[in-house]
Design a protein around this ligand. Structure first.
Ligand code: TTP
Ligand code: MG
Length: 382
């Protein structure tokens, strides 16, 4: 039977990248803290993810680090390196796009591959996914799990069941044997609150949701109807493809609050570098550029402008950003955080060949291999 939908999810993503970049961490319990999936620096007190070696001790995403340290005192605790995660994510999606006619991004480490209509080209999706897994591990150096089925929801469940480093298929006819006996928290859409409500009403397994369709709808309304569809292996509205991303942004909280133009502008350039190459990787042009400043007293200032030219290099983006910065910068107050955002996208653009080569190098060797730099005039430094 042809199973046209695959779902892939990188295993312990941030931790796997750390283990790839630092081979001494391989096979060890690695706990990443200090970043979130949007790339923001966050409280180092929370676990972003843990390698499977650390999960054996009960360490999980979202757990306070103090608790993780009790469970896993010999763990290796590392701060996040978001631009490395971004680069690895882009490399993985590039491989997926090479094989699948339609790739749906869910977030930076997971997505759906839709092989509908490819029966002649790929009669055996499982074999193809084995090849994709091999390409990811040999070219990107991190493990991925893949689930295959007839719908997105079943492919997602299959992926989860196969983890880590899994390849698992669920046929529609297997749903009663494989999916219905699972506890409800295995069903996408059942969060901790929903779980409590359903369990209070003796709905414990995914099969119970199907059997008690009316009660689930009464308890949870529309959400309940969507859960019923998911539990029956049918894709609900949650799985509809989203449109184009709305914006690309990067922000950094300075290691120390600063009034120094040279320092702040060098950070803005770094952010422009990251935003620009993401724009290039997504093959987009932006029509609007925005900057955010947060001062030490936590007041925020934002400014944006529409641009008529197309951005063909990170330095061009930087010139736009610095113009905005000069318009809103209050030199008396120390800056705590800076952010750069681009939005109002159109597909495609004419980039310099040089930038495309730099993107290839960044993908291959990491985003720090080559970065924009600027020479400041003496009058720009205060
Ligand atoms: P997930 O795919 O949920 O988790 P994972 O890849 O670490 O592990 P697995 O898929 O094998 O279960 O999230 C992807 C990345 O997003 C994760 O590596 C770190 C980040 N993340 C957080 O920063 N905070 C969180 O609470 C979660 C769940 C993830
Ligand atoms: Mg993952």
């Amino acid at each position: 039977m042809f199973l046209p939908i695959a779902h892939f999810d990188l295993d312990a993503f941030f931790a796997s990248v750390e283990q790839k970049l630092n081979p001494t961490l391989r096979g060890k319990p690695v706990i990443v803290c200090g970043v979130d999936p949007q790339g923001h620096n966050v409280n180092r007190g929370v676990v972003a993810t843990a390698s499977y070696e650390a999960r054996v001790f009960g360490v999980k995403s979202g757990m306070p680090v103090w608790q993780a340290r009790i469970l896993c005192p010999r763990g290796i605790y590392v701060g996040g390196n978001f631009s490395a995660y971004q680069t690895h994510s882009e490399m993985v999606f590039e491989i997926m796009e090479k094989f699948a006619p339609k790739v749906q991004h869910s977030n930076m480490d997971e997505g759906f591959l839709d092989f509908s209509g490819c029966e002649d080209l790929y009669p055996n999706i499982k074999r193809l996914c084995k090849k994709i897994k091999y390409e990811v591990v040999s070219n990107v150096g991190i493990p991925v799990s893949i689930g295959i089925s007839t719908s997105r929801v079943l492919a997602k469940i299959a992926c989860q069941l196969g983890k880590p480093n899994g390849l698992f298929a669920i046929k529609q006819s297997d749903i009663k044997i494989i999916v219905h006996p699972l506890l409800i928290d295995n069903l996408p859409g059942v969060g901790p609150k929903t779980q409590i409500i359903l369990e209070k009403n003796h709905i414990k397994t995914i099969g119970d949701i199907v059997k008690n369709k009316n009660m689930v709808a009464k308890l949870l309304g529309k959400h309940g109807n969507n859960l019923y569809l998911s539990a029956s292996g049918i894709d609900n509205i949650w799985y509809q493809e989203k449109g184009l991303v709305k914006s690309i942004s990067r922000s950094i909280t300075l290691s120390e609050n600063s009034k120094n133009f040279a320092h702040i502008s060098s950070i803005l350039l770094k952010l422009c570098d990251e935003v620009f190459y993401k724009l290039l990787a997504d093959k987009l042009t932006a029509k609007c550029v925005a900057i955010t400043l947060r001062y030490a007293n936590f007041t925020d200032k934002q400014k944006s402008k529409v641009i008529t030219c197309s951005l063909t290099s990170p330095v061009e983006l930087y010139h736009q950003v610095i113009e905005l910065f000069n318009q809103i910068w209050d030199k008396q107050n120390k800056v705590r955080l800076v952010g750069v955002k681009v939005r109002d996208f159109k597909r495609g653009a004419n980039y310099h060949k040089r930038e495309e080569i730099i993107l290839i190098l960044k993908r291959k060797y990491g985003s720090k291999i080559i970065q924009s730099a600027l020479v400041l005039d003496s009058h720009q430094t205060i």
